[in-house]
Design a protein around this ligand. Structure first.
Ligand SMILES: [Zn+2]
Length: 426
């Protein structure tokens, strides 16, 4: 009799732990990364400019998802690009998540301190290593807090058309992707039951309404986007950029070839994006037990661009992170693929042009394709070999890319990763 009871208790315990282990959980956290003194801000390759003030706060925002043995982190950083050598320093300080399951993406604001350590011909740089080390800790802290905040959750995911005057392609106005992806995790127990833990917005655009020329340290349109979502539904808002290269940007056009490039325009577009994201996600029925899958792959690109080699070779940030340059004829990085319920997410280590975005989305095994651009690395523009050095319009993006084969190598590896991975839920 006693044995039977023990056996029964064992089975009850096993059933309990199994259910526990399979419970879908989500947690989120935010850390401020606004520098406490003025640091030169970067709008791309070249020497950064010294700003004169601040407009809004720079932040890093982390979402952690867990189910069974799978745990992943998605991190957004208000910066133009966040190199893997800095991301890896944070990954070492994060407990309980495999480094390859930690996706760190840049929002691509053009009004934040340089994290790559661009140098001029004399080797001068505007990068502030103490600031970057602090950011590394803040990013790790945000993820560790998101892990501590993990709680039972359901999930809503959707991809829909974002309407209104949000973005356009500066090179060819209509050639851009109107789709916005939204992921929202909702608490299923506790005092916040029924409320969003996090709302993630995935959309392709350049947050460069202010840009470095305004001389302000700023999250650009992302700041108002976060604030609007958080004031309307609570929880943490995260923005992950998408395939916004060459040259999808904020639609701040005004009559007579004028542009609005002030904070009011950041508010207008940030609020509109937030409202569109909530319009898209609100009617969706939450899923209680979604699938969660994460895989990754290391891919290698040739570095044909001598200016890029120069940056990698002379970057004080890379040296600080203990990254020895090597011969720099090639560079390796990681791409991730996630299934989160009905959504599938693929990362891009740079700024893919919209046609590359459309192509990989078309091949993803889901009706809800998400692309996280500028994630895990930001190696400049990624063009197809046909586009590279073609139209005069593409001179700048060709010059600011690793080389002719970057797009093709990315597409080939992305498609293999998709093929080798399970489809998202139907
Ligand atoms: Zn860009």
């Amino acid at each position: 009799m006693k044995t039977k009871l023990v056996v029964l208790i064992f089975f009850l315990f096993a059933a309990f732990t199994f259910t526990q282990a399979q419970t879908f959980k989500a947690g989120a956290a935010v850390r401020d990364i606004t520098p406490d003194h003025l640091i030169p801000i970067s709008g791309g390759m070249g020497t950064p400019d010294m700003p004169t003030g601040y407009q809004g706060k720079l932040t890093t925002r982390a979402l952690v998802l867990e189910k069974g043995n799978t745990k992943i982190a998605i991190v957004g950083v208000d910066n133009i690009g966040w190199p893997a050598y800095l991301g890896d320093l944070s990954r070492k300080k994060i407990k309980g998540i495999p480094p390859e399951n930690i996706l760190i993406g840049a929002t691509h604001t053009h009004s934040a301190p340089d994290a790559y350590g661009f140098t001029d011909e004399k080797g001068n740089t505007g990068a502030d290593l103490d600031y970057l080390k602090w950011c590394v800790n803040q990013i790790a802290d945000a993820v560790n807090e998101a892990v501590a905040n993990l709680q039972s959750a359901s999930i809503k995911t959707m991809v829909g058309e974002a309407k209104g005057k949000i973005a356009y392609n500066y090179y060819a106005p209509k050639l851009y992707d109107h789709r916005m992806g939204v992921i929202q995790a909702i608490a299923t127990t506790g005092k916040d039951k029924g409320k969003p833990i996090v709302t993630l917005v995935n959309y392709a655009t350049h947050p460069e309404i202010l840009g470095p020329d305004r001389g302000l340290i700023s999250p650009d349109l992302c700041g108002p986007l976060y604030d609007r979502i958080e004031s309307k539904v609570g929880g943490v808002a995260i923005f992950m950029n998408s395939a916004q290269g060459g040259m999808v940007t904020a639609d701040n056009r005004r009559p007579n070839d004028k542009e609005a490039n002030d904070w009011n325009e950041c508010i207008r577009i940030g609020n509109l994006m937030a409202d569109e994201a909530l319009r898209i996600i609100t009617p969706v029925t939450a899923e209680d037990n979604p699938m969660l899958y994460c895989t990754s792959k290391t891919i290698t690109f040739p570095v044909d661009n001598q200016a890029m080699r120069f940056v990698f070779r002379n970057s004080p940030v890379a040296a600080m992170a203990g990254k020895t340059p090597g011969d720099l004829s090639t560079i390796s990085t990681r791409i991730n693929l996630l299934d989160i319920g009905k959504a599938q997410v693929l990362t891009i280590p740079g700024e893919a042009l919209p046609n590359i975005g459309f192509y990989v989305k078309r091949h993803m095994k889901t009706k809800q394709p998400f692309l996280f651009g500028l994630t895990n690395d930001a190696f400049g523009y990624m063009l197809t070999k046909e586009d590279f050095n073609s139209f005069e319009r593409y001179d700048y993006v060709s010059r600011t890319s690793l080389g002719e084969m970057t797009g093709e190598i990315y597409e080939k590896n992305a498609l293999e990763l998709i093929k080798d991975s399970p489809a998202a839920e139907k």
